[in-house]
Write a protein that binds this ligand. Structure first.
Ligand SMILES: [Zn+2]
Length: 350
């Protein structure tokens, strides 16, 4: 066993030791900072491993049929063991007395790094795992949790197209639970909107997942689910008479900011492009897990240095949803769509 593999396994034992001490109340109990420092070792080691890879694993992660090729690229470290230790720590998060902020940050960052190295059946459980952290992380980390979910986890799980012959996968099936968890543990409508708009860009029948929350969710989660359903699908509730009791205002979510430190916008420019080339990502931002999100000026700057690198558009906040459609052709389309939609709901829920 190589030195790096041995050190990696020894550090996993440290994590397991922290878990046991917290679980059984052994004094002195480890603080969140102790665990965060160990987790930082893992995120740095994983990014170090990634630097040595010539191929494009970040691209491959979005394609389920390339999993075998992706996993063959990495050296033999105990990635599954690290994942198991992280899952165990998520369960005992409420027992951590001090340093929960540092712990939560390190945990989310490590998961964003680790996702590349895991098997598909484990990756598909990550949306639920990250959403379940919502129950115990400090409120100041809610935005980071939603960002990791929407930009690092959901696009490679719910957004990765199913392979031929595969029935619904775990990630897609866990979407109602993820929605419920977020609706339940934060009442910030900007987070609700960001999560839902992200899922709408990745999954076709997201209205059915909302209906699932409305039908089977907790009392707290049902109300935002119903409001969001009528907000994003106003044609379900088209007349002023139907909407008379609804006075919900949705504040738009804030787009991600450019991740380049030397950005001319001084941390105020909105990111509009994403880069999946990990060599470019880690060259520009050595501490951040890829992919890299950047403003148009920084994207142009990088393109001048690396002419072959590709950039892709990212999801921006949806503009105000119009309750009534101004376009006659669209009105006919919505009428037909609505009829089909109702037929579908009746068919699926009877
Ligand atoms: Zn920039």
């Amino acid at each position: 066993m190589g030195t790096r593999a041995a050190a990696f396994t020894a550090k996993i034992r440290n994590l397991n030791d922290f878990h046991t001490r917290l679980l059984h109340g052994v004094v002195p109990a480890p603080s969140g900072l102790d665990i965060a420092n160990t987790l930082k070792y893992f995120s740095q080691t994983l990014l170090g491993v990634l630097r040595e890879i010539q191929e494009r694993p970040v691209d491959m992660l979005r394609h389920r049929d390339q999993d075998t090729i992706r996993l063959a690229l990495f050296p033999n470290l105990d990635y599954a063991g690290l994942h198991q230790s992280i899952v165990a720590l998520v369960d005992i998060m409420p027992l951590i007395q001090y340093g929960t902020q540092a712990f939560g940050q390190a945990m989310l960052n490590t998961l964003a790094c680790l996702v590349l190295f895991l098997e598909r059946k484990v990756i598909d459980t990550l949306p639920y795992l990250v959403a379940s952290m919502m129950t115990s992380i400090p409120e100041s980390l809610h935005q980071q949790l939603i960002t990791i979910l929407c930009y690092h986890i959901l696009p490679v799980t719910v957004g990765a197209p199913a392979v031929e012959g595969e029935e619904e996968n775990y990630a897609a099936a866990s979407v109602p639970a993820v929605l419920m968890m977020i609706f339940q543990y934060t009442d910030n409508s900007a987070y609700h909107c960001q999560l839902l708009e992200c899922l709408m860009s990745l999954k076709s029948d997201i209205a059915k997942d909302l209906l699932c929350v409305i039908a089977y969710g907790t009392p707290t989660s049902r109300s935002p689910a119903a409001n969001l359903l009528f907000y994003y699908w106003p044609s379900l509730n088209p007349t002023l008479y139907d909407r008379r009791g609804i006075h919900i205002k949705f504040s738009g979510w804030k787009p991600l900011l450019c991740q380049i430190e030397e950005c001319d916008g001084d941390g105020t420019s909105e990111a509009v492009k994403v880069c999946f080339d990990h060599a470019v990502c880690l060259g520009a931002c050595p501490e951040n897990p890829p992919p890299l999100f950047l403003c148009i000026d920084c994207a142009e700057e990088i393109r001048r240095e690396h002419s072959t690198v590709e950039f892709f558009d990212i999801l921006m906040p949806m503009a105000q949803v119009s309750a009534t459609c101004e376009n006659k052709v669209k009105q006919i389309f919505f009428f037909v769509w609505k009829m089909l939609y109702y037929c579908d709901i009746v068919f699926c829920y009877t």
